[in-house]
Each structure stands twice: as structure tokens, then as C-alpha cells.
Design a protein around this ligand. Structure first.
Ligand code: NDP
Ligand code: 8X3
Length: 253
């Protein structure tokens, strides 16, 4: 097939699951994240199991120059076959009121979820334009549709991702580039462990008493959207656990 998929935050959760599903269907990969050891392990496994090419780069998406360098250093062959960008790298840091929140947490979320997504997109969009096709997936959240208590800055970054998806659609429609915004509800990944800074008990309690989404559910949804006919784009997908009604109402047993 030859097509390449560029995935940010490929070292765990949704990004890793996307890498697996696209590899299993014969796509080649460019995988970036900060934890290089995980990328090495993942790329070796996927190349062995699916006979695909997986290029890895240790990358902090907050580093504008490093983002530019990683994309610049892709070969012309890879660039010409790059078809899909999954802007997935992101996190919540803490869950606190504005009065008591840590500004370092705010900076990390804004710099990663918002500015990092912009830096990567700015580098990839010209490649898609040159290729005459491309599909951008922006991972927002139900937190990008609704605001919940003490979610302030995380919700704001995800609302911003939702807005940027709309903005990209306006800018890219004339180039045949698709933009899909994905807004998942609660999914059991490393997300809560990161949010609660390694506190496993607090992280586990987020998923107590109901059946959350798994990373594979998001990956399958992205794969489905990526494989629609050329004239069809799924613009905005809200995907929830059946046990979750909105960002705060869960059916717990
Ligand atoms: P994980 O914590 O499992 O994965 C997050 C990924 O983002 C990791 O691969 C991590 O890699 C990467 N990442 C974080 N910061 C950076 C950075 N500065 N530079 C590069 N990569 C970075 O969580 P999820 O898979 O759940 O999260 C993926 C996305 O989905 C996030 O944007 C999250 O906000 C969003 N989301 C999650 C939901 C959930 O309930 N789980 C629901 C809705 C949206 P590394 O640490 O190696 O850099
Ligand atoms: C992750 C889902 O509801 O914890 O974006 O913000 S939520």
C-alpha cells in the first residue's frame, strides 16, 4: 500500500492503539512521543508482526524547533506517501479550581494540547497540500464540548482543539484535505495516571463501577473514518461509553 500515518503520542493509549490498527492493515507509520524506549519496542513489534515500516522519533511536541526538524528530516519518499496525521499527544495535569491550580500544570496542558498540535499541523499541512490529499485527526474530548468542575484549563485546551478543527476545515477544504475532530468520553488508558501524577488509586477510581472506553474503541473509530470514500468526511465524532451520558453523568453499578 505504501501510505504513511503520522501519529503523535504513540507511546501509549489511543496513539499506540492507532499504530497497531493501521499497521495491521498494511499502513506504514511515523511514530513520535517522548518515551523513546516504548516507541522502539512498539515499532519492532509492529514491523515484525505486520511487515510494515515504522519510523520513530523521540519528540516533545512542545518544542517547536524539534517538531520542525523531525518533519524536515523525513525523506521525500515518506513525505510523498504521508496521508494521515493523528494529532493525539496530550494530557490533563491535575484537577483543581483556578484558584488552587498549579500554573506549571496549565502551561504543560496549553503547550502540549494546543500549541504542540499547532506546531505539528503547521509542518504537515504543506506536505498534504503538495500531495493533493491528506486527513487530519484532532483528538479533542467530551471536555472540548462541555466543561466540568475543576476541569477548567484542560477543558479550555480541548475546546480550543475543537475550534482548531473547524478552522482547519475552513482553510483546507479547497485542497481536498479532510479534518476529523474526535471527542471521546472516559477511556481507560494512562490518561488518569498522568492526570493524578502517578497516584494509581485515584486513577483507578475514575473508572470504578462502569464500563469505560478502551483505546481500541478510539482506534477502530479513527480507522473507520480514515477509510471512507474520498468524497466523504466524518467531521466531528463524539464517542462515549454506553454508561456515560455527558461529561459528568455516569451509570455506575
Ligand atoms: P495516554 O496518557 O495513554 O497517552 C498520551 C500520549 O501523549 C502518550 O503517548 C504521551 O507520550 C503523549 N504525550 C504527552 N505529552 C507529550 C509531549 N509533550 N510530546 C509528545 N507526546 C506527548 O492517554 P490517552 O491515550 O488517553 O490520551 C491521548 C489523547 O486523548 C490526549 O490528547 C487526551 O487528552 C485525549 N483524550 C483522552 C481521553 C481519556 O479518557 N483517556 C478522553 C478524551 C480525550 P510520552 O509521555 O511518551 O511523550
Ligand atoms: C478526557 C475525558 O472527561 O476526563 O478528555 O475530560 S475527561
Amino acid at each position: 500500500m505504501g501510505s504513511f500515518v503520522f501519529i503523535t503520542g504513540a507511546s501509549s493509549g489511543f496513539g499506540e492503539a492507532c499504530a497497531e490498527i493501521f499497521a495491521s492493515q498494511g499502513y506504514n507509520l511515523v511514530l513520535v512521543a517522548r518515551r523513546k524506549d516504548r516507541l522502539i519496542e512498539l515499532s519492532k513489534r509492529l514491523e515484525r508482526n505486520y511487515d510494515i515500516e515504522a519510523i520513530i522519533n523521540e519528540l516533545d511536541v512542545r518544542d517547536e524547533m524539534a517538531v520542525s526538524k523531525v518533519v524536515h528530516n523525513l525523506s521525500d519518499r515518506v513525505k510523498s506517501q504521508l496521508q494521515i496525521l493523528i494529532n493525539n499527544a496530550g494530557l490533563a495535569a491535575g484537577r483543581a479550581s483556578i484558584e488552587s491550580g498549579l500554573t506549571s500544570d496549565w502551561n504543560q496542558m496549553i503547550d502540549t494540547n494546543l500549541k504542540g498540535l499547532l506546531y505539528v499541523s503547521q509542518q504537515i499541512i504543506p506536505i498534504f497540500k503538495k500531495n493533493g490529499f491528506g486527513h487530519i485527526f484532532n483528538i479533542s474530548s467530551i471536555a472540548g464540548k462541555e466543561v466540568y468542575s475543576n476541569g477548567n484549563v484542560y477543558c479550555a485546551t480541548k475546546h480550543a482543539v475543537d475550534s482548531l478543527s473547524k478552522a482547519m476545515r475552513l482553510e483546507l477544504v479547497e485542497f481536498g484535505i479532510k479534518v476529523t475532530n474526535i471527542a471521546p468520553g472516559a477511556a481507560e488508558t494512562e490518561f488518569s495516571l498522568v492526570r493524578f501524577k502517578g497516584n494509581q488509586i485515584n486513577a483507578d477510581s475514575v473508572y470504578d463501577g462502569y464500563n469505560p472506553l478502551q483505546a481500541i474503541d478510539i482506534a477502530e473509530t479513527i480507522y473507520f473514518a480514515a477509510t471512507r470514500p474520498k468524497h466523504v468526511t466524518l467531521n466531528d465524532i463524539v464517542i462515549m461509553p454506553t454508561d456515560q451520558a455527558n461529561s459528568t453523568v455516569f451509570h455506575k453499578k
